[in-house]
Design a protein around this ligand. Structure first.
Ligand code: ZN
Length: 483
């Protein structure tokens, strides 16, 4: 009986994972207050990993906002009576009524057409935005028709549990009661799978062989709406994580394995059998660590009084950040410096360092802050390069948002400026997602300007980056009072 059960299981398992194809590129539909937008013929909406980009023409003609396009600076300004959103092609920093905000995708120029991220623009303009992954449709509701305006947080709408829509125009997902937790994000770095969920979930993890696999079942879960924005999800509610650089991991797939009871399954395909440890100590975060050996399970992060430092290499994967004057990506510099910081911090006995990403993977801003918040890290340091539409601005600056971060900002900046030797642009307050949404002292370092040729000539230089990493580490150690 047992054996038959297992065989049945195998069959179900094989059926549940049809070979996943390319990211869906079908054109997305847009609904405004329940009515599908009738786009002027020839107007094309772009779907980049389920981030919908719309021509600015649609913003003015269909959504009814005032739009200005300035060709010389490649900037778009979208306005209504309350809010002004300014974006620049290729830059993931937008200005909302004068303060800077990060976007997870940049406006792009496609021939003569400028495309801007639909979710970002409409939510900043006070609309409620929902994505129906099965229909590949975006549902917008203007604020007057929102059923519960108190719920709306325009800058970062919370992913909602499917099946409990606040908007009657959003079709509900069948068979998913309101008690489900949602799977908000999946990432893999340093041989460790990280799954972030909206609530505490106890996973069931087991090994299969022939081929070797590790299977992670998440009972009573479903994918959140936002999941589909950052990950590929096909119409069967399954997809694949882009994993490179791990020879022992051949593929990582995820799927809504069952919908009664609703279960998300993640499968790590291996080229060789590997052990693992599972950690669920941080509510809303599940780690499946493949670094484990039988004899020596890794101690939990931050155990025995160690300080936990989260290092965040800005951007990554499909979000390259700024492009330098010689055509290099900001994400590459950020990661390179972050890894140097990590290597130095690993020598510190009283510090545990955790990277938000340690390869060229895409990670949302909210997953980055969630990682730090759930780990209850002591500090959060985000590493970026600056950019401006003018080639003149140069130098090093440090951002913070909350008052509790000022001391960290001042100390790190002091060491950082000394290390870069670039112009001191000082410590500045800024309304940036990662410094705002984190709960511990958090800073965002703009090492130098990729748009300035003098700064840029140094930013990708190995010696320069080593000095910068040492400066950041000196700052961290001084702040944490670590010898
Ligand atoms: Zn950046």
């Amino acid at each position: 009986m047992k054996k038959l059960g297992f065989l049945m299981f195998l069959v179900v398992f094989l059926l549940a994972f049809p070979k996943v194809g390319d990211a869906s590129s079908g054109s997305a539909k847009i609904f405004l207050d329940g009515e599908q937008l009738n786009l002027t013929s020839g107007v094309k909406v772009a779907n980049v990993n389920n981030n919908i980009l719309i021509p600015i023409r649609v913003v003015s003609e269909n959504l009814g906002f005032k739009v200005d396009w300035e060709k010389s600076s490649q900037s778009v300004t979208v306005q209504n009576s309350n809010t002004t959103v300014k974006m620049v092609v290729g830059s993931n920093t937008a200005e909302i009524d004068g303060s800077q905000v990060s976007m997870n995708i940049t406006p792009v120029l496609n021939g003569q057409t400028t495309l801007v991220p639909l979710r970002f623009v409409s939510s900043q303009m006070g609309m409620d935005v929902k994505w129906d992954n099965q229909m590949k449709a975006v549902f917008l509701s203007s604020s007057e028709s929102m059923t519960d305006p108190g719920e709306a947080t325009p800058s970062e709408p919370d992913p909602e549990v499917p099946g409990t829509p606040t908007d009657p125009n959003v079709p509900s997902v069948p068979g998913t009661p309101g008690t489900l937790a949602t799977v908000d994000g999946i990432s893999f770095s340093e041989d460790r799978l990280m799954i972030s969920t909206s609530a505490s979930v106890t996973p069931s993890v087991f090994k299969l062989s022939g081929p070797d696999r590790i299977v992670v079942d998440l009972p009573n879960t479903a994918f959140s709406e936002s999941f589909g924005y950052e990950h590929t999800l096909n119409t069967q509610n399954s997809g694949e994580l882009n994993v490179t650089g791990y020879p022992e991991v051949s593929q990582i797939r995820y799927a809504l394995f069952s919908d009664s009871p609703s279960t998300v399954r993640v499968v790590i395909n291996l080229t060789t059998a590997k052990n693992y440890t599972v950690s669920t100590e941080n509510a809303g975060l599940i780690f499946v660590d493949l670094n484990a050996t039988d004899s020596e399970p890794a101690p939990p992060i931050g155990s025995s009084g160690k300080k936990v430092v989260v290092i965040d290499a800005g951007h990554g994967g499909g979000q390259p950040g700024a492009l330098s004057v010689t055509g290099k990506y900001e994400k590459t510099m950020n990661l390179s410096i972050a890894k140097k910081v990590e290597a130095l911090l690993k020598n510190e006995k009283s510090i545990d360092v955790v990277m938000t990403r340690s390869d060229d993977s895409t990670m949302s801003l909210s997953d980055r802050t969630k990682l730090a918040n759930n780990l209850k890290s002591d500090i959060f340091v985000s590493i970026h390069g600056n950019s401006n539409t003018s080639s003149t601005p140069n130098g090093t600056e440090t951002y913070y948002t909350r008052e509790t971060s000022i001391e960290l900002a001042n100390i790190i900046h002091k060491h950082l400026v000394k290390a870069t030797g670039l112009k001191d642009r000082k410590v500045k307050p800024g309304n940036l997602h990662v410094t705002r949404e984190t709960k511990m002292p958090a800073v965002l370092l703009e090492i130098g300007f990729l748009s300035n040729s003098s700064d840029e000539s140094q930013l990708f230089n190995e010696d320069f980056q080593n000095r910068v990493a040492q400066g950041i580490v000196d700052g961290i150690k001084e702040y944490l009072k670590v010898q």
